[in-house]
Design a binder for this molecule. Sequence first.
Ligand code: 8X3
Length: 251
Amino acid sequence: MSTPTAVITGASSGIGAATARGLAGAGFRVVLTARRGDRIEALAGELTRAGHAAEARVLDVTDRAAVDAFAAALDRCDVLVNNAGGALGLDPVATGDPADWQAMYEVNVLGVLHMTQALLPALTASGAGTVLVVTSTAGHGTYEGGAGYAAAKHGARVLAETLRLEIVGRPVRVVEIAPGMVRTDEFSLTRFRGDAARAAKVYEGVAEPLTAEDVADTITWAVTRPPHVNVDLLVVRPRAQASNTKVHREA
Ligand code: 8X3
């Protein structure tokens, strides 16, 4: 009998990398996917040396042909963590770049669609599959400048909710984890295209933004519940963040 297998997208950094560590620690063979091969190779190597089963596969979730080839080569899949995603810009609707909106839709929504469609047969065949979608609190409300990202994350949330309705009765549960403010190395840096000062301002004065490990902990918890327990949705924020627009900042 092969080892229960978890596929994690966007596993090269942040929440994805922390989730790979969490699920490996929980006994899963983890298959790390991302565009940056050097990073996932390094993490898979680290996990393997620590005695876990870990593999790295270079994959762009927006490339359907590559996703299909990846799925065809996989011998089993028990858990799919759709983590790859991200924000580009913080521009008002009036001036936002349609190319940013398109890129955000492609990775945050179509990326989840491609991975989920490709792996659903294997997840069903496992007899106790989990599709997990890492959305965002931006999938449950919006904020000024956030429309492109919020629209995409609302799309990912609706995908998860609809899939749960459509596959009820099959042995696959659908879990959504919606993190609020998480301080990772890359989320805000990517959003502001490498502007480190602007990225740092997002977390300025916030005593303890969530860490990637905090979110990975909730993902690992949801995935390791008994198969009949479907954690539909977990909204996770730091204590200092009461809503998308209400954040306590110390002077
Ligand atoms: C990240 C949360 O507030 O930057 O998904 O949209 S936020």
